[in-house]
Design a protein around this ligand. Structure first.
Ligand code: APR
Length: 311
């Protein structure tokens, strides 16, 4: 049993805290935010659902980082979501100073924690959290691939008319335009995706998945998605807390896998108590491999933008 902190009590953070508490996998879930009263009120409300749903984990709402001390896992959601028409890049400056500040406080209070970053733009914010915390890079990862894979699986299931639980989908690379779907690793029932659907349909679903976040933002008008994102973050926390070694698509530091190094990239990785146990190299087709290398190059370029920002 462990202590988990969620930084940010907005849509993403509060939903994650609630999912974590309901999963009953931690001794304590701490939720913190810059807004006075917000995490306290939400935590009180969440805790009152325990007798109805039958779980024990309490959520502690606080504005004080000392309450987060000694956390085993910290999910960083603090920051602004995209507004309609706003690109992830537009978010960079706004969220960099928030994530840097939060990471400093967390690193001081919980020097042994595993950090899971979800604030966008994801690749930059994960890199920034790793830099600012000074933690080994295996202990800092980002959430994107799990969500993109789930979105892809949903679209495949709807289009093919098959049970969602019979679909396996994997996306790698970056979050957004350089997401790399991996049809060769996707399954519909017992069939490879490439046999279950024609190439044109697969391409359409890939394009919809790439723009999956924006599609939801356009409907919501304010705010961005949080139900599937919080489910993804919760699954990552569970793998750390249970030291499961489960292999999942996460944004992990590359050290030569697929010939790529020195960058955070969406890949399959085994997740355990110390964070990323190791990147698992999947067998990719030549074009999928090329897509991954191109995504790594694009992320490196984006990360260079951080140099111009004072945090
Ligand atoms: N410290 C702690 N919390 C902060 C700070 C800070 N310095 N700055 C802002 N916050 C809090 C806000 O007060 C707000 O409660 O972060 C929360 C963000 O919540 P929402 O605006 O509801 O945004 P959300 O949908 O949760 O998304 C958060 O996740 O998916 C990404 O793009 C999304 O970057 C965004 C992040």
């Amino acid at each position: 049993m462990s202590k988990v902190t969620v930084v940010g009590a907005g849509k993403y953070g509060s939903t994650t805290a609630q999912r974590l508490a309901e999963a009953d996998i931690a001794d304590e879930v701490v939720m913190t935010d810059i807004v006075d009263g917000l995490p306290q009120g939400l935590a009180l409300d969440m805790n009152q659902s325990r007798p109805i749903l039958g779980y024990r984990t309490k959520v502690v709402g606080t504005n004080d980082y000392t309450d987060t001390a000694g956390s085993d896992v910290v999910v960083i959601t603090a920051g602004f979501p995209r507004k309609p028409g706003m690109s992830r890049m537009d978010l960079l400056e706004k969220n960099a100073s928030i994530v840097a500040g939060v990471t400093r406080d967390i690193a001081t209070q919980s020097p042994d924690a595993v950090l899971i970053v979800v604030t966008n733009p994801l690749d930059q914010m994960t890199t920034l959290a790793a830099d600012v915390s000074g933690f080994p890079r295996s202990r800092v990862m980002g959430q994107a691939g799990m969500l993109d894979s789930a979105r892809f699986a949903h679209f495949i299931s709807e289009t093919a008319g098959v049970d969602i639980l019979d679909v396996e989908a994997v996306t790698l690379g970056s979050h957004g335009p350089t997401m790399v779907p991996v049809p060769s690793l996707c399954r519909v029932g017992a069939k490879p995706l490439t046999e279950a659907m024609d190439a044109e349909t697969i391409d359409e679903l890939i394009e919809r998945t790439r723009k999956g976040g924006a599609e939801i933002v356009a409907y919501l008008k304010t705010g961005s998605a949080y139900y599937a994102p919080s489910a993804a973050a919760t699954a990552m926390v569970r793998a750390v807390v249970e030291d499961s070694g489960d292999v999942m698509p996460v944004c992990a530091w590359m050290t030569g896998e697929y010939g790529i190094s020195g960058v955070y990239l969406g890949v399959l990785a085994a997740i355990g108590a110390g964070g990323v146990r190791g990147v698992v190299e999947a067998e990719l087709t030549p074009s999928e491999r090329e897509g991954l290398v191109a995504a790594a190059d694009a992320v490196k370029e984006k990360v260079a933008d951080l140099d111009a920002i004072e945090v």
